[in-house]
Design a protein around this ligand. Structure first.
Ligand SMILES: *[C@@H]1O[C@H](CO)[C@@H](O)[C@H](O)[C@H]1NC(C)=O
Ligand SMILES: *[C@@H]1O[C@H](CO)[C@@H](O)[C@H](O)[C@H]1NC(C)=O
Ligand SMILES: *[C@@H]1O[C@H](CO)[C@@H](O)[C@H](O)[C@H]1NC(C)=O
Length: 542
């Protein structure tokens, strides 16, 4: 009995052992019973088996709708690929596995769908101008299920508009649009418009459930309130750096043009930039500057002007003589001096060598010298002065004239002894400087040029050297002559018997000279020798 029981239990053990070593047939669906898939993605469902040598697979939807995917059977598993996931995949899928003739197992998986693929798109109605109505449009593309969609439009933190689509009964992805209009104010410029789109489905696990996009309100306006600021100021010193800045309110930033108003309605065009810079301002930079701004988006133009005064010590820009710096006597001469100056300067014109209360003088910038004489020649000076300082310039007036004031000086004297040396120097004024030459009068009355130069030196004087000498001063405006007589003092015993000296330093007419010379000569000879032969005397001279 005990033996029988032992055998029976042995058999049970063996059967149990066999059952345990031969694996039982199992199946699973991966992922497990539920997935959340985004429309457009690719998803794969896998039906896997264990414990079955050659399982057979079958996929179907609960309501026997189309599968919406591709089945691939492998030895122990089968896949269902949804590429892309589309609205037709919104089902419970059932995978059935047959193992041999008798065994069959099945499992289901619920595929839940959503679509929220991209950020919203904001559009703000174009050509924004302050004061006009602006329309903000927020578009949420390809959303599903839209009846969960909530949209918020904000200006900075302020909620402008809220909209939901709870009433929707969408059966596929849809693009939703939210629109809101409001009156744009100048303060709105630059503020941020934000569109917040939410798809809050608590039962579905996906990210993100909220998408946000922002855009700045960028209204076109202006130009307006255009002004020019001048640095250091609109009144500045010469040499300073002048900076003019054109300031305006405009969006988009305008094109800026500078112009300068010139005397006589001429307009000078300057650079095109909102800052006009003149590194070293000059008097001539004084004047009216115009800044013109143009906003190409609004087609509006505005202008601003500024008057610039460049101040400083005068600068003599021009000092000239009319008709020319070299004139002839008798011409009417005018000397002009022009100074750049702000404030205007006092301009004094006068000859430099003249004292303040003497000679021609002018305070107006023009000095008239009617019918000039050689006395008017010289260096003229223009002095321009204002409260910031003074400036001086010189010019020489060259008055041309014929020789004048021709004089002769003799060293030691014109009365000499035989054997002496005499130097006779002739000077003459004239412009250009006269050329001096010496002539000697022959007994025949004919003058012979003997020397060119101012100083005539006669050494070891003999009786033949006696006579009348003429000095001629010449330039191309004329000539002037002077004569001097060279006399020899006799060697007399008694001083009281000395012949009175006759020194001729006068403008004796050339024709009259020989007669005088001869007479003097004859009388002198007669006094020395007691008698005199005119013929002998003349022969001596030749
Ligand atoms: C099926 O399951 C087995 C055992 O758990 C595992 O080793 C195998 O990788 C699975 N196959 C697939 C395709 O998931
Ligand atoms: C501005 O003016 C030009 C020509 O005058 C025109 O073509 C353009 O459309 C205008 N633009 C605007 C924004 O009014
Ligand atoms: C100089 O001016 C006077 C009067 O203004 C005039 O009569 C004279 O002809 C002028 N002389 C010359 C050389 O131009």
């Amino acid at each position: 009995m005990l033996k029988q029981m032992g055998r029976a239990s042995q058999a049970v053990l063996i059967i149990l052992c066999v059952l345990m070593t031969v694996k039982s047939f199992e199946m699973e669906i991966i992922p497990a019973n539920r997935i959340v898939a985004q429309i457009g993605e690719t998803r794969i469902l896998t039906c896997n088996t264990t414990g079955c040598a050659s399982p057979r697979f079958s996929w179907r939807t609960q309501m026997d709708n189309p599968l919406g995917g591709t089945v691939n059977n492998h030895r122990t598993y089968s896949t269902l690929t949804m590429n892309p996931v589309s609205i037709v995949n919104s089902h419970d899928y059932l995978c059935t596995v047959f193992c041999g003739e008798k065994e069959k197992k099945e499992k289901s998986i619920k595929v839940e769908l959503y679509s929220f693929p991209t950020d919203p798109i904001i559009e703000i109605s174009p050509s924004l101008v302050a004061g006009e109505q602006v329309t903000v449009t927020c578009k949420i593309p390809d959303v599903y299920p839209s009846h969960h969609l909530e949209v918020l439009l904000k200006k900075e933190e302020h909620v402008l508009h809220e909209e939901n689509f709870f009433q929707d009964d969408s059966t596929n992805t849809e693009s939703k649009t939210v629109t809101y209009s409001f009156n744009l104010t100048a303060e709105d410029i630059g503020k941020e418009i934000t569109c917040v789109a939410k798809l809050p489905i608590p039962s579905m696990d996906f990210e993100p459930k909220e998408r946000v996009i922002s855009q700045k309100l960028n209204a076109n306006f202006g130009p307006q309130n255009t002004t020019i600021t001048a640095s250091p100021s609109n009144s500045l010193m010469e040499g300073e750096h002048l900076k003019l800045t054109c300031v305006t309110e405009s969006n988009p930033p305008p094109h800026t043009f500078w112009r300068k108003q010139l005397a006589g309605d001429n307009i000078q065009h300057l650079i095109e930039n909102n800052v006009l810079s003149i590194p070293h301002a000059h008097f001539t930079d004084s004047g009216q500057y115009i800044c013109e701004v143009i906003n190409l988006a609004t087609n509006k133009t505005e202008k601003a002007t500024v008057d610039i005064f460049v101040q400083g010590a005068p600068n003599i820009a021009e000092l000239s003589i009319e008709p020319s710096t070299t004139v002839q006597e008798g011409e009417n001469v005018s000397i002009q001096c022009f100074a750049e100056s702000n404030p205007p300067s006092k301009i004094i014109l006068r000859r430099k060598s003249d004292s303040a209360d003497m000679g021609p003088y002018s305070e107006g910038g023009t000095l008239l010298l009617p019918s000039v004489t050689f006395l008017n020649g010289g260096v003229y000076e223009c002095v321009a002065e204002n409260k910031f300082g003074k400036s001086t310039k010189e010019i020489t007036l060259n008055v041309e004239y014929g020789p004048k004031n021709t004089t002769i000086s003799a060293i030691p004297a014109t009365v000499v002894k035989e054997g002496d040396t005499v130097m006779m120097k002739c000077t003459s004024s004239g412009n250009p400087v006269p050329v001096i030459s010496w002539k000697k009068m022959k007994a025949t009355g004919e003058s012979v040029k003997i020397f060119q130069g101012a100083t005539l030196t006669i050494q070891n004087i003999k009786s033949a050297d006696l006579g009348l000498y003429e000095c001629e001063a010449y330039n191309h405006f004329g000539k002037e002559e002077k004569a001097v007589k060279l006399l020899v003092q006799g060697r007399l015993e008694k001083p009281d018997q000395m012949i009175p000296l006759i020194i001729a330093f006068s403008g004796v007419a050339a024709i009259a000279v020989p007669v005088v010379v001869i007479l003097i000569y004859v009388s002198r000879k007669a006094k020395i020798n007691g008698s005199y032969s005119l013929v002998k005397a003349l022969r001596l001279k030749v």
